[in-house]
Write a protein that binds this ligand. Sequence first.
Ligand SMILES: [Fe+2]
Ligand SMILES: [Fe+2]
Length: 318
Amino acid sequence: MRNQKMYEPDDKMISIIRDNYSILQSLGSFGINLGFGDKTVREVCEGQGVDTYTFLAVVNFTINGYREYDDGDRLSIPTLMQYLRASHVYYLDFQLPFIRRELTEALDEGNSLARLILKLYDEYAHQIRQHMKYEEKMVFPYVEALLRGESTVNYDIDTFSKHHGQTDQKLRELKSIIIKYLPSDGLRNNQLSATLYDIYNNEEWLSLHASVEDEIFIPAIRKLEQKSKKNDVTAKISHMIGQGNEAQEALSDREKEVIVSLVQGMTNKEIADHLFISINTVITHRRNIARKLQIHSPAGLTIYAIVNNLVDISSVKL
Ligand SMILES: [Fe+2]
Ligand SMILES: [Fe+2]
């Protein structure tokens, strides 16, 4: 099914499907309805509220294994998550029960080997359900919090990535048991072959789904995390600057006079005489100034006084 064509926004949507019918399910998960006539990919996506770039990133990756390595900023994460969520619904609510029905029809439930096969299948289905539920309960809400600008200290996408393991071992076991050990007879043999064919398709679908998560989703979230960490630092810096400004507003006129005197090189005694206050009061003012501005050195106070126009730079002994 693979071809080497890279699909672009101006290609006809129908041509993608004509060349790669397996992409039909992806269309459904993107929320794209059929019946789009001769419209281009861009027209269909825009008409149905789907981000064109993200749609093509997933489609080209699914068809050709192609991905741009630095496109994290251009991907729409909400579109990507909507796609992954809908893919889970498709697999859990449609594919898993569908294959189970096929298996029950193809197997003789009176046979104990058949019952074991169904048991193995149910275990597999349970494992996949847990895997997808984890993504929906932990990973997607975490990403949504990141998108809202909330930082989460005890979780990150690498924690997920490390445990995003393979889930197809039980399915492989199931296939080989059916192929190697199941006694066959006429009609049931046809049914079993058809079921096996569907299981193979399922396996391929699931591994592609995991690859979209590993190769597109996880790197995009890593980028988002880096960006939000940068924003955090910026917010902290502007908070600190803001605190400085608030403190400046909170300085009393007397405290400003003390700063000006200090910057002009006066001692505590000289300041007390100059402002007609006691030395103890000068010391208290200095303590309050240091606490409010978090500036303790004479040089720091000089810079503060110049920057905030308390003194003219020409009047300062440098
Ligand atoms: Fe998933
Ligand atoms: Fe997954």
